[in-house]
Design a protein around this ligand. Structure first.
Ligand code: ADP
Ligand code: ADP
Length: 226
C-alpha cells in the first residue's frame, strides 16, 4: 500500500472554521514529500489528524493501509511526529526522553536503551545523552525531537514546520540527518511555508491553501512551471 492515502478529509472546528475542505493526496513509500502552504492553510490540522491529535469531521487517511479513524493504534505505531515546538521536559536527559518515549510504545526497556543509543549517536547527540536537555543548543534540541520520533522506528516520519525560527546552520544539520533517515528507507513528509526549504530536499509536493490542495506534482515539474 502507499505510505499515506488521504481521502476527502474535512475538518470543521467548533468555531465554524473549515480548516480542511475535502483534502485528498497520496504519498508513495520512500518518498520525501513536502506539504507547502501559507499560515492558516490547514497543514497543522492535517498533521494533527494523521497523528490522532485532531478528529476529522469526515473522510479518512490510511498509513500503509491502516485507517487513522478505525485502526488508530496500528496507524500511530507507523508514524513518528516531530512537532513544531520543542515539547520535551528540558530538565530531563536526552537518553531518558528517548527511553520514555519507547515505553509509551510498549518497547521493552533493553531494546529501548539500545535504540536510544543508536539514534542519539546517529543524530550526534550521544555526548549530551546524560546531561539535562536544557544544556543543549537549539539545533541539538531539534535533533533530539527527531531521535525521539525514531524510537518506534516509524515507517513514516512527519516533520511539522521543523525549522520555523531556526537559523541556517541548524536547518542544514537537520536536513542532513533527515535525508539520511529517508535514504535508509523511511518515508518523510515535511510541512513548510517556504518553497525554498522544500525544493532542495523533496521529490514530490502538494500545495495547500484555504483547506484545499491546489497543486500536487513532482518538485521537478513544479519548478519547471515557475
Ligand atoms: P497551518 O498549519 O497551515 O498554519 P492550521 O491547520 O493551523 O494551518 O489552521 C487552519 C485554519 O484552522 C486556520 O484558519 C486556523 O485559524 C484554524 N484553526 C486551527 N486550529 C484551530 C482550533 N483548534 N480551533 C479553531 N480553529 C482552528
Ligand atoms: P513564521 O511566519 O512561522 O513566524 P518567519 O517568517 O518568522 O515565520 O520565519 C521563521 C524562520 O524561518 C526565521 O528564523 C527565518 O529566518 C527563517 N527563514 C526565512 N526565510 C527562509 C527560507 N527561505 N527558507 C527557510 N527558512 C527561512
Amino acid at each position: 500500500p502507499p505510505a499515506l492515502v488521504v481521502d476527502n478529509l474535512r475538518k470543521v472546528y467548533r468555531n465554524g472554521v473549515e480548516a480542511l475542505k475535502g483534502v485528498s493526496l497520496t504519498v508513495q513509500p520512500g518518498d520525501f514529500f513536502a506539504l507547502l502552504g501559507p499560515n492558516g492553510a490547514g497543514k497543522s490540522t492535517l498533521i494533527g489528524i494523521l497523528s490522532s491529535l485532531v478528529n476529522a469531521s469526515s473522510g479518512d487517511a490510511r498509513v500503509f493501509g491502516r485507517s487513522v479513524a478505525r485502526e488508530r493504534s496500528e496507524a500511530m505505531r507507523l508514524i513518528g511526529l516531530v512537532p513544531q515546538e520543542i515539547n520535551f521536559n528540558q530538565f530531563e536527559k536526552p537518553f531518558d526522553i528517548c527511553v520514555n518515549e519507547a515505553g509509551f510504545y510498549g518497547i521493552p526497556r533493553k531494546l529501548a536503551a539500545e535504540r536510544a543509543e543508536k539514534y542519539l549517536k546517529e543524530l550526534r547527540l550521544w555526548d549530551k545523552a546524560f546531561h539535562q536537555a536544557r544544556e543543549m543548543s537549539g539545533g541539538m534540541k531539534r535533533r533530539l525531537m527527531i531521535a525521539r520520533a525514531m524510537m518506534n522506528e516509524p515507517r513514516l516520519l512527519i516533520l511539522d514546520e521543523p525549522t520555523a525560527g531556526v537559523d541556517i546552520e541548524i536547518r542544514r544539520s537537520m536536513w542532513h540527518f533527515v535525508s539520511a533517515i529517508n535514504a535508509a528507507g523511511t518515508t518523510v513528509i515535511l510541512t513548510t511555508h517556504y518553497l525554498e526549504e522544500a525544493e532542495s530536499l523533496c521529490r514530490n509536493i502538494a500545495i495547500i491553501d484555504h483547506g484545499t490542495i491546489i497543486e500536487n506534482t513532482s518538485m521537478k515539474r513544479l519548478l519547471a512551471t515557475l
